[in-house]
Design a protein around this ligand. Structure first.
Ligand SMILES: Nc1ncnc2c1ncn2[C@@H]1O[C@H](COP(=O)(O)OP(=O)(O)OP(=O)(O)O)[C@@H](O)[C@H]1O
Length: 456
């Protein structure tokens, strides 16, 4: 017979009771111990994680009021608070049993017991104990998530004025239900900001659902977002909740919203306006309660002017706009980010002492990082992996710097090339626009126009 994995301890002064109970319970549980007096409980409970104590109520000859049992019950509650206690009473004293349960006993059995009844009582007590343990574990997880909530911004590195301002806004907006639109180039940390907003909100313990609208197949848009009923389309073999439902009472993060085709923008707008949705193939409408955070790397306001993005949808999603500047505009953050990634990847690749020379750091600060923090993160990871010593020098960096510039120059897109050259000229002349303009063969006004166009 398969035994239940559990440790049962029987405490009774009657040797016959101990033997009978032990012989029977040994067939059902992996560990069954006995004690002929509760005074030995401390020793056992300090060494073993006992699941259930089956406790007699009277240990002194002539005593039958159960007071001893209540005393030891109290004692167990104090020294092993999540061990369950099941009391044995020979007298069927209901009042005593009720009193014991009030004081924390899980249940009681009458002596002499029926084996099936004893087993059923112990199994129920065991289940209860396991649920209590699970709840405690969840509570621990909740507490650690609370810590994580503070850490979330700890992980968010940036000391430039722009980043400090952004962190303040996250704290301010975080615990409201305002819809937030995050704008920034690829790899600037939009997803990180969306998560930080969620963690700073009262919804932090509910779900955070991330949907990449850029990667979503147009045909599946409705079913993914709003769910479907079984049979709604050929592959709909069962009912399925959409992302809006999954995010209910939590945060829904719609990433790359600028990539949403105009006809789907209309569908999304209707759902947001009505705050109700209908699963594909269903007739019933249902309401939802989500906090909406959207992000895009597209020039969304320009798209509205050109008619590529619906203005009414933009107004729905951008109650607050957070703009994350590109890394090249906050060069002062580069050294701390490098340090942060060196520590992380140093640990990961077993090179905890790894450092970077000052020259190498300057070289990295000079680079324009079109892929922003993600590119920097990958560059540092590569350097840590490839470095032969525990010190990264200019040579290690120059190689990849050159490589990256070559890659950037390989583009045949005139717009990108223009942006790259302007950026390079400005860096070469350390921000002096007149000199950069003359190097590029442009007037200052023409250069300013282009700077604005490229958002440099
Ligand atoms: N301020 C920051 N501090 C530390 N790490 C950051 C910061 N910003 C971004 N990162 C890291 O850079 C990487 C890219 O960030 P994230 O995915 O949030 O960018 P994104 O703007 O959402 O990118 P995409 O537009 O490509 O989706 C992640 O690994 C993230 O942890």
């Amino acid at each position: 017979m398969n035994k239940t994995h559990a440790h049962i301890l029987i405490v009774d002064d009657d040797p016959d009771v101990l033997t009978t109970a032990r012989l029977f319970l040994k067939h059902h549980y992996t560990t069954v111990d006995t004690l002929d007096h509760p005074r030995e409980l401390n020793g056992v409970l300090s060494k073993h994680d006992v699941d259930i104590i089956l406790l007699d109520m009277n240990f002194t000859k002539g005593d039958n009021d159960g007071r001893e049992g209540l005393y030891w019950l109290n004692h167990i509650r104090e020294i092993a608070e999540d061990t369950s206690v099941v009391l044995m009473t020979a007298y069927g004293d209901v009042e005593l049993a009720v009193n014991a349960i009030k004081k924390g006993a899980t249940d009681f059995v009458l002596k002499p017991w029926k084996n099936e009844k004893l087993l059923a009582t112990l199994n129920t007590a065991l289940q209860l104990r396991r649920s209590v343990k699970k709840v405690n574990k969840l509570e621990d997880t909740r507490k650690s998530m609370e810590l994580d909530r503070d850490l979330a911004l700890g992980e968010f590195i940036g000391e430039s004025p722009a980043m400090k301002e952004l962190m303040k806004s996250i704290q301010k907006v975080g615990n409201t239900d305002a819809n937030v639109l995050i704008l920034g180039e690829n790899g600037t940390g939009k997803t990180l900001v969306a998560r930080a907003l969620h963690r700073a909100s009262t919804r932090a313990f509910d779900s955070f659902i991330h949907v990449d609208l850029g990667a979503l197949n147009e045909n599946l848009f409705e079913s993914e977002l709003f769910g479907h009923k079984k049979g709604a389309f050929t592959d709909a073999h069962q009912d399925r909740a959409g992302r809006f439902e999954l995010a209910d009472t939590g945060t829904l993060f719609l990433d790359e919203i600028g990539n949403l085709p105009i006809h789907l923008q209309a569908k999304l707008l209707t759902v947001l306006q009505n705050r109700r949705l209908t699963r594909l193939g269903d007739t019933k409408e249902q309401s939802f309660d989500v906090r909406l955070v959207c992000a895009t790397n597209m020039p969304i306001h320009e798209m509205v002017h050109k008619g590529d993005f619906r203005q009414d949808l933009l107004y729905r999603i951008n109650t607050v706009e957070l703009i994350i500047p590109p890394l090249r505009e906050r060069v002062e953050d580069i050294p701390i980010l490098i340090h942060h990634f060196l520590t992380r990847f140093g640990k990961k690749y077993n090179k905890p002492e790894i450092t970077l020379s000052k020259e190498a750091e300057h070289q990295l600060m000079d680079y324009h990082w079109p892929g922003n923090i993600r590119e920097l993160e990958h560059a540092v990871e590569r350097m840590v992996i490839l470095s032969d010593s525990s010190h990264i020098t200019l040579e290690d960096v120059s190689f990849r710097q050159q490589h990256a510039e070559d890659e950037a120059l390989q583009t045949l897109n005139l717009d990108e090339m223009e942006r790259h050259l302007i950026d390079k000229a400005i860096r070469k002349h350390k921000g002096n626009i007149s000199k950069a303009a003359s190097d590029l063969g442009l007037t200052r006004a023409a250069l300013y126009r282009r700077i604005e166009k490229h958002g440099i």
